[in-house]
Design a protein around this ligand. Sequence first.
Ligand code: HEC
Length: 106
Amino acid sequence: MTLRLGCALILAVAVVSCTSAPPRAIGKPVAIEAPLGLPPVPVPPENPPTVESIALGKKLFFDARLSADGSVSCASCHDPKQSFTDGMSTAKGIRNQFGKRNAPTV
Ligand code: HEC
């Protein structure tokens, strides 16, 4: 019974999500200044960055739970202390596996 109710709720949310209007900014939009000499930062008008979305993005960037075994976050390879790289010739992922590409700055 509870499972059926849960499934119905998930389905209802999915249907509403698929049929509703495009996403709206949640929170207070933030203007992002481009560094001197660079063109303006492109921003989708219907989904501008906000204080809240920036805070969420920062949280997710450092969250190792996004990796299959909870050991690696974006910051593992794009470490802010190393100009958002990992300082290695090729990137190291979960279970100490090395890829074939260098982690560029982001
Ligand atoms: C295991 C290491 C690793 C992790 C973890 C990782 N990346 Fe990367 N990232 C790379 C590598 C390697 C490349 C280059 C891929 C290529 O050359 O095809 C890259 C490329 C990128 C680029 C493109 C940069 C450019 O200038 O083109 C962005 C943006 C990026 N990563 C963001 C992220 C985000 C966001 C996360 C977390 C959700 C993340 N990365 C997690 C290794 C990693």
